[in-house]
Design a protein around this ligand. Structure first.
Ligand code: ADP
Ligand code: MG
Length: 375
């Protein structure tokens, strides 16, 4: 049986007025939410708040009582559920590998059911094992019980990716792992996330994991989403007390007023310095050579602003100078408070600032890095 792809990429998933009840209790109540194509959206909240139910209504393992889930304009109720699920990867904590099947057979199961040629299935499995850092020679013919928990979790991810799905649904995939292994798999997963560029909905109960992986975080409480936004928004503007408790604002950030930017900035390096009179095409080569995405532009020792590689991509003529394309840059002093700097950055929509000691650059402040150092 061959099933066509329903979508090559996700543009958006709209959840509109979705409700699911068990008896008289709401598991999910009148939920409205949009998932953006290409983002990693975290669902986090207390046990029993409705996270798994939300996830499973997206792939129709659970049918909502009312409301609709619209993917790229298609109402999922109008689609065949099996076909829908084959277009989505689903990863759970105890991944339920089939114990009597080898790792290779487990990963290749759906492609085989889809009628792929034997060799094509084998090649795909080899590729995926490599992708999740399990050497094919060692693992292809093993059985699940011969693998560690972390290795099994990798196999679960490989299996979910078998059909190259544009959407991944992950329900506490690292929840059962010890903290060190969890960190390591998170790091690897971040790389995988960049490589595959997929839309991912990810359930966790671990706020650090949420901050580390999430583009946006949705806080789920009592069958509702109480707030959804990027990490900084939850930290600086928690909608409810419960949100601030989850992000643990007070414990983690009470020191923010006493910390100075010099405590959290990255050291400045002269490789970032470019002269405003350099022409833009030369700057492209120079930045490539120095492995830079951003550079700071000075004119006779005076800071003009910054440029990014993207700003320079359109360089054509030899007449355009860096001074012509420079964009403004926020600067702070080493003794400014971190709280002040982060809120100024947020206001200006910037994520990066230069720390100036008198007239000399002494460090770089990157808002994401600061947040990660604080948690
Ligand atoms: P979470 O994943 O956030 O822990 P769930 O989505 O699994 O929460 O569950 C939400 C609520 O729905 C809980 O109160 C749970 O007890 C209830 N629930 C979930 N599945 C069922 C079911 N099959 N029958 C009855 N109640 C259920
Ligand atoms: Mg759950």
């Amino acid at each position: 049986m061959h099933t066509e792809r329903l979508f090559d990429r996700i543009d958006s998933i709209q959840i509109k007025g979705v409700t699911k009840k068990y008896g008289s209790r709401f598991a999910v109540k009148e939920l409205d939410m949009e998932i953006h194509g290409g983002e990693l959206l975290i669902l986090i909240g207390p046990s029993g708040s409705g996270k798994t139910t939300i996830l499973r209504m997206i792939n129709r393992m659970i049918e909502q009582d009312s409301g609709s889930v619209i993917i790229n304009g298609l109402d999922t109720r109008k689609l065949d559920p099996v076909r829908l699920r084959r277009n989505m990867g689903y990863v759970i904590q105890n991944i339920g590998l089939f114990p009597h099947m080898t790792i290779g057979e487990n990963i290749g199961l759906v492609p085989k059911l889809e009628g792929w040629e034997k060799n094509r299935v084998k090649e795909r499995v080899q590729y995926l094992l490599d992708f999740v850092s399990l050497p094919t020679d060692l693992f292809f013919n093993r059985y699940p019980r011969q693998l560690s928990g972390g290795q099994q979790q990798r196999v679960g991810l490989a299996r979910a990716l078998a059909m190259d799905p544009p959407l991944l649904l992950m329900d506490e995939p690292f929840g059962a792992l010890d903290p060190i292994l969890r960190k390591q798999l998170q790091e690897e997963f971040l790389k995988i996330k960049m490589e595959i560029g997929r839309t991912i909905v990810f359930v966790t109960h671990d706020i650090e994991e949420a901050f580390r992986l999430g583009d946006r975080i949705a806080i789920v409480d009592q069958a509702k989403i109480v707030q959804v936004g990027p990490p900084e928004e939850l930290i600086f503007n928690p909608a409810t007390k419960m949100v601030s408790e989850i992000v643990d604002t007070e414990r983690k950030f009470k020191h923010m007023d006493t910390l100075n930017v010099k405590d959290l900035m990255s050291p400045f390096d002269s490789k970032y310095v470019f002269d405003s009179k350099m022409d833009t095409c030369d700057a492209v080569n120079e930045m490539t050579g120095r492995d830079l995405e951003t550079a700071f532009i000075f004119d006779n020792g005076r800071l003009l602003g910054r440029i990014t590689m993207v700003d320079l991509m359109k360089c054509r003529t030899k007449t355009q100078k860096l001074a012509d394309v420079v964009r403004p840059l926020k600067t702070f002093q080493p003794l400014d408070s971190v709280a002040f700097a982060l809120s100024e950055l947020k206001k200006s929509g910037e994520y990066l600032a230069l720390i100036m000691n008198e007239d000399r650059p002494s460090g770089i402040l990157v808002s994401d890095e600061v947040l990660l150092k604080l948690i």
